[in-house]
Design a binder for this molecule. Structure first.
Ligand code: NAD
Length: 264
């Protein structure tokens, strides 16, 4: 992959630490020769993100909390000033109150519904619009979603509803930006042990269930996601837009666990 993305300028939003899916994407982009800008949420994460950025040769590390529109605008203004344009964008941000990532979806509160949808779905639309304004033909962006968007996963609740909105956004944004030669896709990752993942009640059991029953019989790594991100962000996927691409060891194709695994 060396040189696949040389000369490309990429924005990666959503690195919290070296377990973050966004970090798996950033490593793959850096290996392929892209220049990367990072954002971090809040001062506490700056200490973690700066050294990671430095390890891939980046000194462009900007604060951004997507609940604060001014901080989103400031990121794109800084990119415009530093680079004059942008080629690639990775959005890997999600949040919901963990008290509602257990029990019934029906008990979701109005306040947490609005906040979850704003951070986990609308933030992609808002930042994608600004990214596309800086992109020319060959521009590409991805966001991260989960199979709970289309099928019920225990405890995923309002995050599943937000991911459904996010996946629909990918299709509408692909239609909006397609005429300017900019592509928009999503990666639907299997369970990965991250900060955000740990907020879901019984996440360990979901992880274990996927490991036992997915066709590849193993969990997904952030390097698995990084490889697929490289494909979706490079010209290797030049004819692909508006897609949700599963990187889940095949789990989504399984309807029922193997009968031998159910026998007691
Ligand atoms: P993570 O905790 O490493 O990353 C989540 C990121 O979201 C963090 O960097 C956090 O700072 C950021 N974030 C949250 N609220 C924000 C806000 N208001 N403003 C700016 N940033 C904010 O966890 P992750 O698992 O790498 O999550 C990345 C994405 O991948 C999320 O969209 C998540 O839903 C998705 N995803 C995760 C899994 C999994 O199993 N971990 C599976 C499929 C999809």
């Amino acid at each position: 992959v060396a040189g696949l993305l040389s000369g490309k300028r990429a924005l990666v939003m959503g690195v919290a630490n070296d377990h973050s899916i966004a970090w798996g994407c950033a490593k793959a982009l850096a290996q392929a020769g892209a220049e990367i800008a990072f954002t971090y949420q809040g001062d506490a994460l700056a200490k973690r993100v700066r050294p990671l950025a430095e390890s891939v040769g980046s000194d462009l590390v900007l604060p951004c909390d997507v609940e604060d529109l001014a901080s989103v605008d400031a990121v794109f203004a800084a990119l415009k000033e530093r680079w004059g344009g942008l080629d690639l964008f990775v959005h890997s941000i999600g949040f919901s109150n963990k008290n509602e990532l257990k029990g019934r979806y029906a008990d979701t509160t109005r306040e947490n519904f609005a906040r979850t949808l704003l951070i986990s779905a609308f933030s992609f639309t808002e930042s994608a619009k600004r990214a596309a304004e800086l992109m020319g033909p060959g521009g590409a962006m991805i966001t991260l979603t989960y199979g709970g968007a289309t099928r019920v996963m225990p405890n995923y609740n309002v995050m599943g509803v937000a991911k459904a909105a996010l996946e629909a956004s990918v299709r509408y944004l692909a239609a909006d930006f397609g005429p300017q030669g900019v592509r928009v896709n999503a990666i639907s990752a299997g369970p990965v042990r991250t900060l955000a993942g740990a907020g879901i009640s019984d996440a360990r059991l979901m992880y274990e269930h996927q490991r036992r029953h997915a066709p590849l019989r193993r969990p997904i790594t952030i390097e698995d996601v990084g490889g697929s991100a490289l494909y979706l962000l490079s010209d290797l996927s030049s004819g692909v837009t508006g897609e949700v691409h599963f990187v889940d060891a095949g789990f989504n194709v399984i309807s029922m666990p193997r009968t031998e695994s159910l026998k007691v």
